[in-house]
Design a protein around this ligand. Sequence first.
Ligand code: ADP
Ligand code: MG
Length: 663
Amino acid sequence: MVARVDSLVSVVTILADLPEKSKRPALPAVVENHFEEVPMSSTTTHEFQAETKKLLDIVINSLYTERDVFIRELISNGADALEKYRHQSLTRDQETLFDAHVPLEIRIDLDEKKKELTIADTGIGMTRDELVADLGTIAHSGSNHFLAELAEAVRKDVSLIGQFGVGFYSAFMAGSKVRVQSRSWDGSEGHEWVSDGLGSFEISECPGLHRGTRIIVSLKDGCEDYAKKWKVESIIKQYSAFVPFPIKLDGDTVNTVQALWARNRSEITDPEYLEFYKFIANAGDEPTYRLHFSTDAPLAINCLLFVPKENLEIMGFGRVSPGVNLYCQRILIDQNSETILPEWLRFLKGVVDSEDLPLNISRQALQDNALVAKIRRVITKRFLKFLDEEAGKDQERYLKFWESFGIFLKEGVASDFQYRSELGKLMRFESSKSQDGTAISLSEYVGRMSPDQEEIYYINGPSRAAIEAGPYVEMFRKKDIEIIYTLEPIDDFVLSHLAEFESKKFVSADRADLSLAGKDAQDEGKTGQGDKGLADAQSKELVAWLKDTLKGKVADVSKSSRLVDSPAMIVNPDGYMTSSMERVMAAGRLEKGFIGEISKKNLEINAENELICRLSDLVKTDETFAREVAFQIYDNAMIQAGLTVDPLEMVKRNYRILSKAVS
Ligand code: ADP
Ligand code: MG
């Protein structure tokens, strides 16, 4: 820390001038009941939270080669603290700030003899309470599941530690003892936090500190290099080149403080972008996409966005928090901003800088700010256009992106009406004409439509094979009409929200009132069953009998004009909900403790199918058995629609039918 010594008098004067609120009251003896606190004069001992202990154990035993990361993490905490202070200083009266004259910077001092590395910042600092809470627990409110994932990820690659909000503990990778001396910007008394990272930490008063935090790492045996200037300098160059405050190493400034995004695009090299991404995303991977653009009118925006390599959310790490920082004239006003992009773009990392924003705007005010909403719309549209362009340039790369991040865009369709047309272009689905495992765009689909086809058809199923073996695609195959396969439960909701694409409506193939235009394809003879079918009168009679027999189970029974091979299928009289949507909703209701009931469906029968023809005869000779067959046909059709049947009842009935068949 800067050795600019203030006279005690001036500190006291500043303190006296602070408004009552920002003077912290004396601390209660017990801070929180889950910390064991043993008062020893002014020093108190605290147990680490159990999860923290586990994490520390992994960190302490990490590989020597990975230890460099701790310097990055401590510098990044210092930089965060400085940003927070800068923001406070812009939004408050100068008189309420403690040590307002102290320059914003990070100082690193090395002592080879003592085997010590000290990192100090003049940022926001921590009060005693904050030292206990921030450096004793894992703040993430997540479940045990999260902690297990975290432990696993850190065990595999300790450099991920910062992404989980536990970077501070990396200090114990190189330190046998870590001391944190801190004084909050509110001017309350400074405190020291000391620990060997094994089970507990101690807190005691530490008078005479300036604002900010000083971390003194006593280096372990084998870690002496971290007290050598060349070593530390190379780590800073590698990891922390973009820290927006001066970093002084043994007195020399070792970084060039610059805002990369504000520089001319043509002058920035790929490696610089990559380093910047690693810096802001706290990541070790390479981004999938990068978008850097600026606008002048009507809004002045400078924006640099990265799509990371992996989607941590689908990998099971829980919901990711937003990763784009909002700046105004290179000054951070909202870190990991929740407002500058829609929620469904939370996977993006980067920076948005707009000089149109007022510098001293509070987070709360950002949320209701009309200008922020405008910037959000401009950036979102630009990003979606960018994705569309990228998809055109390199399909394979886009499909890879889609596989990992498509789920976010689908969330966008379902939650944000205003980007429907842009998002529609970015959707990818498999279809009857795509290759197995390869998705196509809706434009491709529309491009292949015959002139008399007016709608875009889709059907949901658990897999391509399951869909193709089912009844819904039969007539599509026969008429050579392409049909989209929606393989995810959310997909039907997405298409129903999209409603249309290039003025073509989306229609699910399980709709009761579906009528397909177009001539039959060449292979009609192979699948059609010619004149083997029931006569009109017979089928009418059978339909009436089925209606009566399945009363209470179906809403209606009718003769199908679109089944080719299968005996029967379930269709939806409701034009809005597809069977897949009903299934999802029913599962949701079941989870909440309600019965997962679904609405009644229609049954369509294929009057040309042999089983149906014979059933018509059976009704006359053995009606009891005919009823069993009818129920079984209904259950089979329900299963093919992906809907649930009573399995016990079905299996019993099935055995009765089998017994009859073998006897
Ligand atoms: P993260 O930085 O992702 O929040 P860390 O484990 O690195 O996670 O730090 C935990 C918390 O400790 C920080 O969120 C911050 O509140 C506090 N902290 C750590 N270092 C400092 C510092 N130098 N100045 C002020 N607060 C700090
Ligand atoms: Mg951190």
